[in-house]
Write a new protein. Structure first.
Length: 387
């Protein structure tokens, strides 16, 4: 005979009811669970009979899910003889106390708990932990769940966050608000522990291979070793100046990078350009002031024009180095140079900071103008110091 066939029916259970005159409302009693369903639980109370817990008195799904048939359980009497002839019982006070004891213990032990994502807003996620309401700020998400597209509109950002609704995140309780009976949680605390252990096998200077998981204005995020993530700052993407990382890098793209720093908070800084040969080194070795530089005008700014050659070497032709006559307006630069125009310049100077200065003038005349400007600047600094 199957286990299902051996189970007592509701009719069988009701025939065993025998209410004791000694029982009082609000008494706390113990009994054995003999029937368990989603909306009710029957308890056999020794020397008394049957009790029932149902509806909101079951407390919450998290508490109910941990109960088992045959288990001894505490409950509170709320009615001595209901319409079924049973003792009406409640788990609410008992369940609440037990769950809050568990939560307090998890908080004190700094242990990891599960949080089910219920909803999302601009600041983070509304969650449930052991049936208790909590909030997981977006700033305390693990790198694997953090939204990395910083340029998306608010509605798009929120829609990305809502994709996590229904999922379970491993978190730590970092604050308990007893007045509102709510929690503040951190997923980052859990991921930091994992990262700290994993990072022990990595060293600064080591090359990693990973996947691009985020592209933002200031750089790209690369995930490696399953759940470690590092940032390649825009200044470490290439030796040339990068205006927009999105032009060369897409989510899902495989890249190699060098670990250049791991700080005290386990933030990992990576570099792609340090795995490439620096074109400036070869250029500077064979270049002297007075030499020629052929490049394309890539940008015109108020103080001059940015010029780039086919080795990605970038130089500046200052507004004062375009004509012997002083240009009284930056707008007049466009009368001399055009964006996309290829032109030959003379190298005025280059320094160890990889700065290259160009001129369209005769070299001697250009040096004269440069020295005059330098002396004028020096005199101005001295005057300010005296005053």
């Amino acid at each position: 005979m199957s286990e299902t066939q051996n189970r007592p029916t509701m009719k069988d259970l009701l025939q065993k009811v025998s209410i004791s005159d000694e029982l009082k409302i609000n008494d706390q009693i113990s009994g054995k669970i003999i029937f368990l369903a989603k909306n009710q639980c029957l308890i056999e109370i020794k020397n008394i009979g049957l009790g029932i817990v149902r509806g909101k008195e079951l407390y919450n799904e998290d508490f109910l899910s941990k109960l088992k048939i045959g288990e001894e359980i505490e409950s509170i009497v709320i009615e001595l003889d209901n319409e079924l002839g049973m003792v009406e019982l409640s788990f609410r006070a008992i369940g609440k106390d037990k769950i809050w004891q568990d939560i307090q213990q998890s908080f004190e032990d700094k242990s990891t708990v599960e949080a089910r994502i219920k909803d999302a807003n601009r600041g983070g996620f509304l969650v449930k932990v052991k049936g208790v309401d909590g909030f997981l700020p977006a700033s305390l998400l693990a790198p694997t769940h953090a939204i990395k597209n910083a340029t998306v509109e608010e509605n798009s950002l929120l829609s990305q966050m809502k994709k996590y609704v229904g999922q379970i995140f491993n978190v730590k309780i970092i604050n308990i608000n007893t007045e509102t009976e709510s929690l503040i949680l951190s997923e980052k605390s859990v991921s930091d522990e994992i990262a700290r252990i994993k990072l022990q096998k990595f060293q600064i200077g080591q090359t990693i291979e990973g996947t691009v998981v985020g592209v933002v204005d200031f750089g790209i995020f690369v995930r490696f070793d399953d759940d470690l993530e590092g940032l390649v700052h825009i200044s470490e993407i290439a030796w040339k100046k990068v205006e927009d990382p999105r032009k060369d890098y897409k989510i899902g793209q495989k890249v190699q990078a060098k670990i250049i720093d791991i700080d005290e908070e386990n933030r990992i800084n990576l570099s792609i350009k340090q795995l490439m040969q620096n074109p400036w080194a070869a250029f500077a070795k064979g270049t002297k002031p007075g030499g020629k530089f052929t490049g394309t005008v890539s940008k015109i700014v108020s103080y001059g024009a940015i010029v780039v050659n086919d080795q990605d070497i970038q130089g500046l032709c200052h507004i004062s180095q375009m004509t012997e006559e002083t240009l009284d307006s930056p707008a007049k630069i466009h009368d001399i140079l055009k964006i996309g125009q290829s032109k030959e310049f003379t190298i005025l100077s280059l320094d160890s900071d990889e700065k290259l200065y160009l001129t369209l003038l005769d070299f001697d005349k250009a040096m004269e103008i440069q020295n005059t400007m330098a002396n004028s600047k020096s005199e101005k600094v001295e005057e300010e110091a005296v005053s």
